[in-house]
Structure formats: C-alpha cells, structure tokens
Design a protein. Structure first.
Length: 242
C-alpha cells in the first residue's frame, strides 16, 4: 500500500483542487465556446440549456461558480438565482445580461448575483471575472461555512440550511448556534452561554438558554428529543458534537 500511495495521492489532490463551474446558457454556440475555453483553463465544466435543469443541477451538487444567462427558456436566470439564494446557496454567480438591458443588471444583483457581464463580451474579461469570483468566494467560504450532517451554517452570510433548504432562525438563535459551532466539542455551561451570547442585557436565567437550545434542536435535529448535534451534558450544560 505504501508503494501505491505515492502515486495515488497527487492525483487525488489534483482532483480536489479542480474547480467546478456550471454554465446555464441556451445559445448552443456560446455555451460550447465557454465550456471549451473554461476546460482549457483547467476547470471542470457542466452545461445546462435552460433554467429548470440549471437549477436542478446547481441544487444537486456543489459548484464553485455558476455562469448564468438571464434570458433562458422556461425559467429566467433571475428566477434561478433567486431560488438558489432562497435555499441558502452562497455559490458565486456571474450573470450574463443582454447588452441593452440595464434593468437586468440591477435585477440580477438584487436577486443575489455577485457580478454580471453584458453580451457580447471578450473571453479574456469573462475569464478574469471567473477567476476573481472563485478566488474571492474561496477563503471566506472555507472559513465561514460549517457542515454537520445535512445542516450547513454560513457564519459570514448568516445563513442556515438543512437538507439544502434555508432554515429561518432568529438573531439570538443564530448567535447561539455560532457560539456552539465555534466551540465544537467543548462543554459550555449555561452561565457561559448567557454571558457570551446574551451579554448583560438580560436578566440571567438558565431557562433562556434551555428554551433557545430547544428551538434550535427543533429546527436542526432530525429527532429533537434525541439530538445528534447540540448535546446535553448532564449537570454541566451543553456541548456541540465534535
Ligand atoms: Ca439566452
């Protein structure tokens, strides 16, 4: 095993660092040109030709970037973008807009696109934007995103999702969850949680912590009465599973 490990490891590492891009574009010629060029740059590329299949692909597997045309058959790029954001996805999105449609640019950014490019564009410009978006999205994503089971918490974007769907949490619930996630594996007393999460602006009551923990379990745990993430440490407090 030792002998083969040396050859397997570099391959595995190369695959892990290969960035995945999804192109959602109905103009066949443009889609092919983009796909070929991005592949040449070393990206792994998938293409969808309409909004519905684009959304389905984006929802099914993680991408590092989505190049999303606005004018698509069936469902517009704006709708696709909005739906992805609603379900808690923070994938960088580069929107392709028609030249004269300034409103598309505004609408695109409003629905959560990170950048846009007007058609026709120079390939060099698209490549530069793609690279910048992937670079920008990366360290922050890695540092701020925490996955446990099917639950994903994005600390930077203050988003929580479970089974790919956005979960609505209150500001206090999010702060408590953040503290848990940042102290995984440590036993946290109710006093510490009150002090760190609630500060001194409330009348201290360990019941406050218990109630919020119950709410979080309700929202995040498959079986709230038999929690897998936010564990009770009898007599001491709580612990977020490591
Ligand atoms: Ca189009």
């Amino acid at each position: 095993m030792r002998g083969t490990g040396a050859t397997i490891f570099p391959v595995a590492r190369a695959m892990a660092t290969e960035k995945k891009i999804l192109i959602v574009e109905d103009e066949g010629g443009l889609a092919t040109t983009l796909k070929d060029r991005l592949r040449k740059e070393g990206y792994q590329v998938n293409v969808a030709k309409d909004g519905l299949s684009g959304f389905a692909l984006a929802a099914a597997e993680p991408f590092d970037l989505i190049v999303l045309d606005v004018m698509l058959p069936g469902q517009s790029g704006l709708t696709v973008c909005q739906k992805l954001r609603e379900r808690g996805s923070s994938v960088p999105i580069l929107m392709l807009t028609a030249r004269r449609q300034l409103t598309d640019k505004v609408a695109g950014l409003k629905t959560g696109a990170d950048d846009y490019l007007s058609k026709p564009f120079h390939m060099a410009e698209l490549l530069a934007r793609v690279e910048a978006l992937i670079r920008r999205g990366q360290p922050a994503t890695a540092a701020s995103r925490h996955q446990f089971g099917t639950v994903c918490v994005d600390l930077r974007r203050t988003e929580v999702s479970r089974d790919g769907r956005a979960v609505a949490v209150s500001a206090k619930e999010f702060q408590l969850l953040r503290y848990f996630v940042e102290h995984r594996g440590a036993t946290l007393s109710r006093d510490e949680l009150l002090r760190e999460v609630w500060g001194y602006d409330v009348t201290p009551s360990s019941r406050t912590v218990d109630v919020h923990v119950a709410w979080l379990r309700q929202k995040l745990e498959k079986d709230p009465r038999n929690p897998q993430f936010i564990l009770t440490v009898v007599g001491l407090g709580y612990k977020f599973a490591d």
